[in-house]
Design a binder for this molecule. Sequence first.
Ligand code: GDP
Length: 458
Amino acid sequence: KSAIDKSAIEPPVAGADTIAAVSSGSGGAVAVIRLSGPQAGAVLVALAGRLPEPRRAHLARLRHPTSGEVLDQGLALWFPGPRSATGEDMAELQIHGGRAVVAAVLGAVLAVPGLRPAEAGEFTRRAFLNGRMDLTEAEGLADLIGAQTQAQRRLAFAHAFGHLGQRVEDWRRRLIRAMALIEAGIDFADEDDVPAGARALARPEVEALQAELQAALADRRGALVREGALIAIAGLPNAGKSSLINALAQRDIAIVSDEPGTTRDLLEVALDLDGHKATLVDTAGLREAESKVEAEGIRRARARIADADLVLWVHDLSAGPAPEACPSIEVDAPLWLVANKIDRADAAPAPSAGWAVQDYNVSAASGEGLEALTRGIGGFIAARTEGEHPALIRARHRASAGQAAAHLAVALGQWERLDDELLAEELRLAARALGRMTGAIGVEDLLDVVFREFCIGK
Ligand code: GDP
């Protein structure tokens, strides 16, 4: 496999060498090997005997290029650049998915001079560098591959196919037009009428842009879909909080994730609730702190509840009727009453009068009422995420938009006082912050962060 002398390869430049990787997941009946770069066509000729017609599947015996041994029979596809996914010449081999088959064919591909294994995300990185997609589309693609709920899939799909990128580029174009008007004032500073007129023309556009940026920054729907809603389960000890979480986790699809930053000392479980990602947090033990460690746990639990999108107050019906009104806990999120243990003979009926919001009668033990609770939570999240796709999804997008808005605030705040040059500079900095979002300018430092998320073969 390492017939290639690594030291002979120039420092990686997009398109300099040809990359290959298995792009399909492991264990399937069919495996897909993708190639991108100037040697892609040569590999097809070497293994399949000829270059297939562009974009048509061609059934071929695949042979080792030097020994001539038949390794497998599969489909060969040829996608000449620049109208390919990466913008370079690309090839694809669809072969049998067995370990030995994949190892043999990949080994044969990599034995062709000029070939090397692709790094994680390298195909997408080349697509970006060749202008086939912007950075937000690349992120959308990563999210689409990682999507676990249907809501995440819908958001990621829109994002992957240009929704966010187009909005940001539209903002940036408008900003550049406003900047050009003011710069026209600089160029024509001798001619009396131009400067004042240019400023007056540019201001409403900058105000409109600022309003749109502020609205986008205030819209948290993207994060809610992508990260999932945070639902805190609160209530007195023994109300059945952990039983409820366990019952929901068994009924609904528990999303296994090892996302960094989730605190392990809080019982948390990510679920697919009716197509929406929701993370349930058990706030058990909030009141009994006996050790320092426990106190720290409680501090974190409180912080987590403060961030919650919804709090479920679990009440044990066998201990008496539910309180008439919501207990006072310091949260801004809506508080729902979930009256548990309705299976118990001594269960007292739950009053709902004092609760501003819906209540649910459930049994974590028998499963009764959980379907309705799941649908209720799903509906709650759906209502908070519906409508046109949000403009900003990741923290990176919010940071860029926030910087742009800060520069526009300076410009608008001192519109009449700033020199033309300084005013144009604030607009230029705002445009630059937006340009970083799509990768149109100044993003070299961001690329490793963005493409690190991908797996090999994408
Ligand atoms: P937590 O302290 O709020 O987390 O409560 P647990 O989930 O540990 O439950 C306390 C006790 O109530 C346990 O003995 C559970 O088996 C029991 N329990 C929880 N839910 C139900 C229920 O729906 N019906 C009945 N009969 N018992 C339940």
